[in-house]
Design a protein around this ligand. Structure first.
Ligand SMILES: Nc1nc2c(c(=O)[nH]1)N[C@H]1C(S)=C(S)[C@@H](COP(=O)(O)O)O[C@H]1N2
Ligand SMILES: [Mo]
Length: 263
Protein backbone atom coordinates (compact mmCIF):
# COMPACT_ATOMS: atom_id res chain seq x y z
CA UNK A 1 0.00 0.00 0.00
CA UNK A 2 1.51 3.30 -1.05
CA UNK A 3 0.96 6.41 1.06
CA UNK A 4 -1.18 8.73 -1.02
CA UNK A 5 -3.49 11.59 -0.38
CA UNK A 6 -5.66 11.57 -3.47
CA UNK A 7 -6.79 14.84 -4.93
CA UNK A 8 -8.83 15.44 -8.06
CA UNK A 9 -5.78 16.74 -9.89
CA UNK A 10 -3.81 13.68 -8.94
CA UNK A 11 -6.60 11.48 -10.17
CA UNK A 12 -6.66 13.28 -13.50
CA UNK A 13 -2.94 12.88 -13.93
CA UNK A 14 -2.91 9.20 -13.06
CA UNK A 15 -0.83 7.14 -15.39
CA UNK A 16 -2.64 4.68 -17.65
CA UNK A 17 -4.02 1.72 -15.75
CA UNK A 18 -3.67 -1.95 -16.54
CA UNK A 19 -7.32 -2.69 -17.30
CA UNK A 20 -6.81 -6.39 -16.70
CA UNK A 21 -6.87 -5.65 -12.97
CA UNK A 22 -10.46 -4.56 -13.33
CA UNK A 23 -11.34 -7.45 -15.61
CA UNK A 24 -9.85 -10.01 -13.24
CA UNK A 25 -11.70 -8.58 -10.29
CA UNK A 26 -14.95 -7.94 -12.12
CA UNK A 27 -17.02 -10.30 -9.97
CA UNK A 28 -15.78 -8.73 -6.76
CA UNK A 29 -16.20 -5.22 -8.11
CA UNK A 30 -19.75 -5.92 -9.16
CA UNK A 31 -20.69 -7.32 -5.79
CA UNK A 32 -19.17 -4.37 -4.00
CA UNK A 33 -20.75 -1.93 -6.39
CA UNK A 34 -24.21 -3.44 -5.88
CA UNK A 35 -24.31 -2.83 -2.16
CA UNK A 36 -22.36 0.35 -1.65
CA UNK A 37 -22.77 4.02 -2.33
CA UNK A 38 -20.85 3.46 -5.55
CA UNK A 39 -23.99 2.24 -7.29
CA UNK A 40 -23.31 4.28 -10.40
CA UNK A 41 -20.11 2.36 -11.03
CA UNK A 42 -16.66 2.39 -9.60
CA UNK A 43 -14.02 4.45 -11.31
CA UNK A 44 -10.31 3.86 -11.20
CA UNK A 45 -9.86 7.20 -9.47
CA UNK A 46 -12.44 6.28 -6.85
CA UNK A 47 -10.80 2.92 -6.34
CA UNK A 48 -7.42 4.53 -5.79
CA UNK A 49 -8.93 6.97 -3.38
CA UNK A 50 -10.87 4.30 -1.48
CA UNK A 51 -8.13 1.77 -1.26
CA UNK A 52 -5.24 4.18 -0.91
CA UNK A 53 -3.11 1.65 -2.71
CA UNK A 54 -1.21 1.60 -5.93
CA UNK A 55 -3.83 0.57 -8.42
CA UNK A 56 -1.19 -0.84 -10.71
CA UNK A 57 -0.22 -3.39 -8.07
CA UNK A 58 -2.48 -6.42 -8.64
CA UNK A 59 -1.94 -8.10 -5.29
CA UNK A 60 -2.67 -4.94 -3.35
CA UNK A 61 -5.87 -4.33 -5.29
CA UNK A 62 -6.99 -7.92 -4.93
CA UNK A 63 -6.38 -7.86 -1.19
CA UNK A 64 -8.30 -4.66 -0.64
CA UNK A 65 -11.20 -5.81 -2.80
CA UNK A 66 -11.44 -9.12 -0.93
CA UNK A 67 -11.43 -7.32 2.38
CA UNK A 68 -14.12 -4.93 1.14
CA UNK A 69 -16.26 -7.88 0.06
CA UNK A 70 -15.92 -9.56 3.47
CA UNK A 71 -16.74 -6.28 5.18
CA UNK A 72 -19.70 -5.98 2.84
CA UNK A 73 -20.91 -9.46 3.93
CA UNK A 74 -20.78 -8.49 7.58
CA UNK A 75 -22.61 -5.21 7.01
CA UNK A 76 -25.28 -6.92 4.92
CA UNK A 77 -25.80 -9.68 7.48
CA UNK A 78 -26.11 -7.02 10.16
CA UNK A 79 -28.58 -4.94 8.15
CA UNK A 80 -30.71 -7.95 7.17
CA UNK A 81 -34.04 -7.91 8.95
CA UNK A 82 -35.63 -11.34 9.53
CA UNK A 83 -39.08 -9.80 9.30
CA UNK A 84 -38.81 -7.14 6.59
CA UNK A 85 -40.56 -8.36 3.47
CA UNK A 86 -39.49 -7.87 -0.12
CA UNK A 87 -42.16 -6.06 -2.17
CA UNK A 88 -44.92 -8.18 -3.71
CA UNK A 89 -46.55 -7.48 -7.09
CA UNK A 90 -49.92 -8.02 -8.81
CA UNK A 91 -50.60 -11.15 -10.89
CA UNK A 92 -50.63 -8.99 -14.03
CA UNK A 93 -46.92 -8.22 -13.54
CA UNK A 94 -45.80 -11.87 -13.65
CA UNK A 95 -43.50 -12.77 -16.56
CA UNK A 96 -44.59 -15.92 -18.45
CA UNK A 97 -42.53 -17.82 -19.22
CA UNK A 98 -39.86 -16.52 -16.85
CA UNK A 99 -36.36 -15.54 -17.97
CA UNK A 100 -33.95 -18.44 -17.76
CA UNK A 101 -30.35 -18.55 -16.58
CA UNK A 102 -27.84 -21.21 -15.56
CA UNK A 103 -24.13 -21.96 -15.74
CA UNK A 104 -24.79 -24.69 -18.31
CA UNK A 105 -26.50 -24.41 -21.71
CA UNK A 106 -30.23 -24.96 -21.57
CA UNK A 107 -30.12 -28.19 -23.62
CA UNK A 108 -27.81 -29.66 -20.96
CA UNK A 109 -30.20 -29.17 -18.05
CA UNK A 110 -30.57 -32.71 -16.64
CA UNK A 111 -33.85 -34.63 -16.56
CA UNK A 112 -35.01 -35.40 -13.05
CA UNK A 113 -37.57 -38.17 -12.56
CA UNK A 114 -40.02 -36.93 -9.92
CA UNK A 115 -40.97 -40.51 -9.01
CA UNK A 116 -37.46 -41.59 -8.04
CA UNK A 117 -36.06 -38.20 -6.96
CA UNK A 118 -35.20 -37.94 -3.27
CA UNK A 119 -34.21 -34.92 -1.23
CA UNK A 120 -31.15 -35.94 0.74
CA UNK A 121 -30.85 -34.39 4.22
CA UNK A 122 -27.50 -33.94 5.91
CA UNK A 123 -25.70 -32.20 8.74
CA UNK A 124 -27.43 -30.82 11.83
CA UNK A 125 -30.81 -32.47 11.20
CA UNK A 126 -32.51 -35.00 13.52
CA UNK A 127 -34.61 -36.89 10.96
CA UNK A 128 -32.38 -37.47 7.95
CA UNK A 129 -34.76 -39.81 6.11
CA UNK A 130 -34.77 -38.61 2.48
CA UNK A 131 -37.98 -36.88 1.39
CA UNK A 132 -39.97 -37.87 -1.69
CA UNK A 133 -41.72 -35.41 -3.98
CA UNK A 134 -45.06 -36.60 -2.52
CA UNK A 135 -43.74 -35.71 0.95
CA UNK A 136 -42.91 -32.21 -0.30
CA UNK A 137 -46.21 -31.80 -2.16
CA UNK A 138 -48.13 -32.76 1.00
CA UNK A 139 -46.55 -29.92 2.99
CA UNK A 140 -48.21 -26.49 3.26
CA UNK A 141 -47.47 -24.19 0.33
CA UNK A 142 -47.34 -20.39 0.08
CA UNK A 143 -47.20 -18.13 -2.97
CA UNK A 144 -45.01 -15.08 -3.51
CA UNK A 145 -44.99 -12.63 -6.42
CA UNK A 146 -41.63 -10.99 -6.11
CA UNK A 147 -38.73 -9.66 -8.16
CA UNK A 148 -35.98 -12.00 -9.29
CA UNK A 149 -32.70 -10.12 -9.74
CA UNK A 150 -29.70 -11.63 -11.51
CA UNK A 151 -26.26 -10.22 -10.80
CA UNK A 152 -25.80 -9.96 -14.57
CA UNK A 153 -28.10 -6.95 -14.49
CA UNK A 154 -31.58 -8.15 -15.45
CA UNK A 155 -34.69 -8.86 -13.42
CA UNK A 156 -38.33 -9.90 -13.68
CA UNK A 157 -41.41 -10.34 -11.54
CA UNK A 158 -42.33 -13.98 -11.00
CA UNK A 159 -44.86 -16.03 -9.07
CA UNK A 160 -43.43 -18.90 -7.07
CA UNK A 161 -45.40 -21.38 -4.95
CA UNK A 162 -43.66 -23.67 -2.51
CA UNK A 163 -43.05 -24.92 1.01
CA UNK A 164 -41.61 -22.30 3.37
CA UNK A 165 -38.05 -23.50 4.01
CA UNK A 166 -38.64 -22.77 7.71
CA UNK A 167 -41.50 -25.30 7.72
CA UNK A 168 -39.37 -28.03 6.17
CA UNK A 169 -36.43 -27.33 8.50
CA UNK A 170 -38.71 -27.50 11.55
CA UNK A 171 -40.36 -30.71 10.27
CA UNK A 172 -37.07 -32.59 9.95
CA UNK A 173 -35.72 -31.32 13.24
CA UNK A 174 -33.01 -29.07 11.84
CA UNK A 175 -30.83 -27.16 14.28
CA UNK A 176 -32.22 -23.66 13.68
CA UNK A 177 -29.38 -22.18 15.72
CA UNK A 178 -26.87 -23.41 13.11
CA UNK A 179 -25.46 -20.73 10.83
CA UNK A 180 -26.03 -21.98 7.29
CA UNK A 181 -28.11 -24.10 4.94
CA UNK A 182 -26.23 -25.55 1.96
CA UNK A 183 -27.67 -26.94 -1.29
CA UNK A 184 -26.51 -29.36 -3.98
CA UNK A 185 -28.25 -29.63 -7.35
CA UNK A 186 -28.84 -32.20 -10.08
CA UNK A 187 -26.69 -30.18 -12.52
CA UNK A 188 -23.81 -30.12 -9.92
CA UNK A 189 -24.50 -26.46 -9.04
CA UNK A 190 -23.96 -25.71 -5.34
CA UNK A 191 -24.79 -22.83 -3.02
CA UNK A 192 -25.78 -21.87 0.46
CA UNK A 193 -27.55 -19.24 2.52
CA UNK A 194 -27.37 -17.89 6.06
CA UNK A 195 -29.90 -19.24 8.60
CA UNK A 196 -31.77 -15.91 9.09
CA UNK A 197 -32.50 -15.91 5.35
CA UNK A 198 -33.46 -19.61 5.45
CA UNK A 199 -36.06 -18.80 8.12
CA UNK A 200 -37.37 -15.66 6.37
CA UNK A 201 -41.09 -15.89 5.41
CA UNK A 202 -40.30 -15.29 1.71
CA UNK A 203 -37.80 -18.14 1.47
CA UNK A 204 -39.39 -21.26 0.04
CA UNK A 205 -38.71 -24.57 -1.66
CA UNK A 206 -40.63 -23.92 -4.85
CA UNK A 207 -42.65 -26.54 -6.71
CA UNK A 208 -44.68 -24.26 -9.03
CA UNK A 209 -44.21 -21.20 -11.21
CA UNK A 210 -47.34 -19.17 -12.10
CA UNK A 211 -49.51 -22.03 -10.87
CA UNK A 212 -47.84 -24.71 -13.04
CA UNK A 213 -45.45 -27.48 -11.98
CA UNK A 214 -41.89 -26.17 -12.45
CA UNK A 215 -40.28 -26.85 -15.81
CA UNK A 216 -36.93 -28.65 -15.30
CA UNK A 217 -35.06 -25.64 -16.62
CA UNK A 218 -36.60 -23.55 -13.85
CA UNK A 219 -35.85 -26.06 -11.11
CA UNK A 220 -38.05 -29.19 -11.20
CA UNK A 221 -38.70 -30.83 -8.85
CA UNK A 222 -37.78 -28.12 -6.30
CA UNK A 223 -35.75 -24.93 -6.33
CA UNK A 224 -34.99 -22.36 -3.68
CA UNK A 225 -36.78 -19.01 -3.99
CA UNK A 226 -35.49 -16.43 -1.56
CA UNK A 227 -37.00 -13.01 -2.31
CA UNK A 228 -34.24 -11.26 -0.35
CA UNK A 229 -31.37 -12.77 -2.37
CA UNK A 230 -29.84 -12.37 -5.83
CA UNK A 231 -30.69 -15.07 -8.37
CA UNK A 232 -27.46 -17.01 -8.02
CA UNK A 233 -28.23 -17.67 -4.30
CA UNK A 234 -31.32 -19.64 -5.37
CA UNK A 235 -30.34 -23.14 -6.49
CA UNK A 236 -32.62 -25.04 -8.88
CA UNK A 237 -33.16 -28.81 -9.12
CA UNK A 238 -32.07 -29.34 -5.52
CA UNK A 239 -31.05 -32.88 -4.56
CA UNK A 240 -29.49 -32.33 -1.12
CA UNK A 241 -29.81 -29.93 1.80
CA UNK A 242 -27.29 -29.66 4.61
CA UNK A 243 -27.58 -27.67 7.83
CA UNK A 244 -24.11 -26.63 8.95
CA UNK A 245 -21.98 -24.24 10.95
CA UNK A 246 -19.32 -24.22 8.24
CA UNK A 247 -19.92 -21.49 5.67
CA UNK A 248 -20.69 -23.28 2.41
CA UNK A 249 -19.05 -22.28 -0.82
CA UNK A 250 -20.97 -22.29 -4.05
CA UNK A 251 -20.57 -22.21 -7.81
CA UNK A 252 -20.53 -18.39 -8.08
CA UNK A 253 -19.42 -17.73 -4.50
CA UNK A 254 -16.22 -19.66 -5.26
CA UNK A 255 -15.72 -17.44 -8.33
CA UNK A 256 -15.63 -14.26 -6.30
CA UNK A 257 -19.21 -13.11 -6.04
CA UNK A 258 -20.17 -11.55 -2.74
CA UNK A 259 -21.35 -14.33 -0.42
CA UNK A 260 -24.33 -12.66 1.25
CA UNK A 261 -25.68 -11.05 -1.95
CA UNK A 262 -28.86 -9.67 -0.47
CA UNK A 263 -31.21 -7.44 -2.45
N1 LIG B 1 -29.03 -25.68 -10.32
C1 LIG B 1 -28.79 -24.39 -10.68
N2 LIG B 1 -29.42 -23.42 -10.02
C2 LIG B 1 -29.22 -22.13 -10.36
C3 LIG B 1 -28.33 -21.76 -11.40
C4 LIG B 1 -27.67 -22.83 -12.07
O1 LIG B 1 -26.85 -22.63 -12.99
N3 LIG B 1 -27.93 -24.14 -11.69
N4 LIG B 1 -28.16 -20.44 -11.74
C5 LIG B 1 -28.57 -19.41 -10.76
C6 LIG B 1 -28.71 -18.08 -11.35
S1 LIG B 1 -27.27 -17.23 -11.69
C7 LIG B 1 -29.93 -17.49 -11.54
S2 LIG B 1 -30.09 -15.88 -12.08
C8 LIG B 1 -31.18 -18.24 -11.32
C9 LIG B 1 -32.05 -18.22 -12.55
O2 LIG B 1 -33.31 -18.73 -12.24
P1 LIG B 1 -34.42 -18.76 -13.37
O3 LIG B 1 -33.85 -19.55 -14.54
O4 LIG B 1 -35.58 -19.42 -12.73
O5 LIG B 1 -34.71 -17.34 -13.76
O6 LIG B 1 -30.94 -19.58 -10.96
C10 LIG B 1 -29.87 -19.78 -10.06
N5 LIG B 1 -29.89 -21.16 -9.67
MO1 LIG C 1 -27.98 -15.04 -11.87
Amino acid sequence: MAEKTPSPSMMRSQRPIDRSILVENRALLRSIERRTLLRGGISLGALTMLTGCDITNKDAVQGVLSRMSLWNDRVQAFLFSPTRLAPEFPASAVLKPPRWNAFIPRDQVPDVDGATWRLELAGRITDKRPLTLSDINAMPHVTQRTRHVCVEGWDYIGEWTGVPLRHLLERVGADLTASYVAFRCADTYTGGIDMPTALHPQTQLTTKYAGQTLDKAFGFPIRLKAATKLGFKQPKQIVAIEVTNTRPGGYWEDRGFNWFSGI
